[in-house]
Design a protein around this ligand. Structure first.
Ligand code: CP
Length: 322
């Protein structure tokens, strides 16, 4: 058994291949009922959120309860943070009451500010902090996603071609999922093509990590600006919108409208994919924006299995850190 006690869970670059695989095995044992240990008996966790959530909020609260713990939800606008109490005081006070803190606080207008807030919490609260999505990473989502790929394809999942594609959305969304997937994919030795319109490049820090890590793990991390071309021979097509970080906001919003028709996953893309290819989506999504309803509501879609696995992987993460 690996020891992750008292670690923070902020990004997936900070964890080894062995640690990521161990967490997924742990989640499988919890999911199958083989491991029914009440790892969170007498533990109190807090969820500090300033951004809307359905899956993350519910799965953490239910997961903690299922393992004997209690996880309370705090909307930051209901706390004294809304009256300018500092994040440092908030962190130091929360540490006195809670055993762990699960955080979703970011603002799409200023890339990197959400991570700065997360870093303040990890520095001043001496309890495990779990990133429930900020502007740079969504580690719990991605580890649950990879668990879903493993369930679908077995150990062979690393050889399968994953096309992780930008999809149109009116609303600008975090880069958390692609960054965490790039980090974990490189560490685990996966085969992933990131497809996106020109200008929507990901953060160079993650690309550099993937480039260096892939040299030792044998991962294939590639990039493509044409979704039709990328879909050729795909086993998994995973759609997600993210905000372009290298453009002015007005320009970014104009470009996403201009390219929207080329960046909606449809059956045309699945005709180019391998037989048995599946559709993944971390949700929420608006049908007709980044994906057609024919795809997401069709036989190839595994989006609700993916959502369910948030519960199992997060139970493993909470148990491991506490
Ligand atoms: N995928 C995800 O994080 O969903 P929520 O925003 O509903 O938590």
């Amino acid at each position: 058994m690996l020891n992750l006690k008292n670690r923070d869970f902020i990004d997936l670059m900070s964890f080894t291949k062995e640690e990521l695989e161990w967490l997924m095995d742990f989640a499988e044992n919890i999911k199958s009922g083989k491991d029914k240990t009440r790892y969170l008996d007498e533990k109190n966790l807090g969820l500090l959120f300033s951004v809307a959530s359905t899956r993350t909020r519910i799965s953490f609260q239910v997961g903690a309860r299922q393992m004997g713990g209690h996880a309370e939800f705090y909307n930051s606008s209901d706390l004294q943070l809304s009256n300018n109490e500092s994040l440092i005081d908030t962190a130091k006070v929360m540490e006195r009451y809670l055993d762990a803190l699960i955080v979703r606080m970011y603002d799409m207008k200023q890339y990197g500010k959400g991570r700065e807030a997360m870093n303040t919490l990890t520095e001043y609260a001496n309890i495990p902090i779990i990133n429930a999505l900020d502007d740079k990473d969504h580690p719990c989502q991605v580890l649950g996603d990879i668990l879903t790929m493993k369930e679908k394809f077995g150990e062979d999942y690393k050889k399968k071609k994953v096309v992780f594609t930008w999809g149109y959305a009116k609303r600008q969304k975090s880069l958390g999922v692609p960054h965490s997937l790039m980090s974990a994919g490189a560490t685990l030795g996966m085969n992933i093509v990131f497809a996106y319109p020109k200008g929507f490049d990901l953060d160079e820090q993650y690309i550099e990590f993937a480039r260096k890590t892939s040299q030792s793990t044998g991962a294939r991390i590639e990039f493509c600006n044409d979704l039709m071309e990328a879909s050729e021979g795909a086993d998994i097509i995973y759609q997600k919108n993210w905000k372009g970080i290298n453009m002015e906001d007005a320009q970014e919003l104009r470009i996403r409208e201009e390219v929207r028709h080329d960046w909606c996953v449809s059956m045309e893309h699945f005709k180019r994919a391998n037989p048995g290819a599946v559709y993944m989506d971390c949700l929420p999504v608006i049908r007709g924006e980044g994906v057609t309803s024919e795809v997401i509501d069709g036989d190839c879609s595994i989006v609700y299995d993916e959502a369910e696995n948030r519960l199992h992987i997060q139970k493993a993460i909470m148990a491991a850190l506490l």
